[in-house]
Design a protein around this ligand. Sequence first.
Ligand code: ATP
Ligand code: MG
Ligand code: MG
Ligand code: MG
Length: 593
Amino acid sequence: MRLSQMLFVTLREDPAEAEIPSHKLLLRAGYIRRIASGVYAYLPLMWRVLKKVSNIVREEMDATGAQECLLPQLQPAELWQESGRWETYTKAEGIMFALTDRQEREMGLGPTHEEVITAIARDMIRSYRQLPVHLYQIQNKFRDEIRPRFGLMRGREFIMKDGYSFHADEASLQKTYADMDWAYSNMFRRCGLEFRAVQADSGAIGGAASQEFMILAEAGEDEVLYTEDGKYAANIEKATSLPPDAKPSAFVLYEKRETPNTKTLDKLCQFLNCSPTEVVKNIIYLVVYDNGRMVLVLVSIRGDLEVNEVKLYNELAKLAPTYGGNAIIAVDIPSEQVQQQLTLKPLPLGYIGPDLADNYITPAGQLQPGFLRFADRTVVELKNFVTGANETDYHIVGANWGEQFPLSDRIVDLRKSQAGDRAVHDPSQVLKSARGIEVGHIFQLGTKYSEALGATYTNEQGDNVPLIMGCYGVGVSRLAQAAVEQSYDKDGIIWPVAIAPYHAIICIPNISDIQQVEVGENLYTELNAVGIETLLDDREERAGVKFKDADLVGIPYRIVTGRSLKSGKVEVVERATKTSHEIAISEVAATLK
Ligand code: ATP
Ligand code: MG
Ligand code: MG
Ligand code: MG
């Protein structure tokens, strides 16, 4: 493709609408344009990237024996009523775009396709002889996200690969799940991404085991807990959503610069009647995990926020149970006066105390390893508790809420884990925490949807039983942007070769120099002919402008038909390293191949 014939517009300045580097760069380099909140146009360069990502995804899926199809985006409410998700998805969660057709029938735009695929399976799968079977598609999904942001990272219309498998038994599901784990690892590796597979919460989709694939990056909206040796890694969402009967005390998460999650923050803002920044700046917020489940919230207010302390504790007591919390622990001791006014029922209030005899008292600034003591006199020993909640920098100060999530860097184990099957984590190992971008998610669904929709088959014994299901998603458009978030420099994007829109760009520094043009044109034809996807910058622009644009757009190799032509060579510059080589014109194709 010739730049002179492309819709090619780059911006020198960062657009105001973008907060994170990848979003800024994709806008500046002319890959995407915002049409509405969370709705983007993929311009020709972006579309090439997305097709490459999709092709890698498709090849890996096909290799496992999964079959591609295309399901309708427009879905009847009835199917969602059958699964019981219509009300939650359109009203409670409000994630689903719902509409009414001219016959007054309710419809929705697909946020996901469990209902549709299960209805198909109900109609078409009769016997165990047809199993297992796995169908997938790559298409636009619609989700009316509460907070669309970061460009393609959280869109309201975005591209997803979603696959659904059907099985006669658990072992068959396990096999496909393992195949998907393998296929997903291949996909992300081939896309040039550094990723981590983590245990995940199954969320509203439901089901048993599930695993996410995370790209570690500060802009990530998820938080991942992991051990250095890579043996344990989990999404914190999972850590907060274990069943209430989980066994006691596995570990305490103690973060130096914890920012409350969005939901907590919103509520805190509401009842404190102040801005998120004020909350983040002024409230020390520690979270205590019990066997992976959040049980305690430790709160302390810094002196400079005028809040009603009584109100804060009482409100937190109401809040905590929604996160599975069963106690409120104060880091600083509320005054006698405050304590008398507290109506924390049914939650006990506790304080961190250095020992049992100390009547809960911990002098501010001198927190000691010790015990968590509840008002009802139950005590939890904190063996390796590293304190310092009142030291400088242990507060959640300086967090730039909404722009960048600080990396938490301090997590300390407290007690032996008794978490049974989930306790892959060896409690003697320190857990670390990092921000992650969820690019893939695989689930074992079991019979949740097949039972709800009555999708059954006849097994070998002749019984009619529900199909066992799995589902597997990849955020294709999110992945493409995540690749940029992981690979850029001050001059622009650095695409991994496998998903770059083009492999090479030929810059003709001076378009009125006949020799430069001739070499450029010939190379352009030759490279494309041998499968090196090449752009030709034949615009009437200064060389400096062309080089800047080539760097910004992030094409892996820049070929310059400049001074070195005298010696029969061109300059080849590698985008990632900026290293430059003079290569004989006749050798270029062979070198880049
Ligand atoms: P998130 O936790 O980020 O909201 P999710 O868990 O709701 O994602 P899934 O239902 O697991 O998403 O969908 C499969 C994949 O689709 C995700 O792993 C993610 O990569 C992608 N995805 C989900 N929501 C969006 C979105 N709003 N914009 C872009 N990609 C998305
Ligand atoms: Mg979501
Ligand atoms: Mg998620
Ligand atoms: Mg998910």
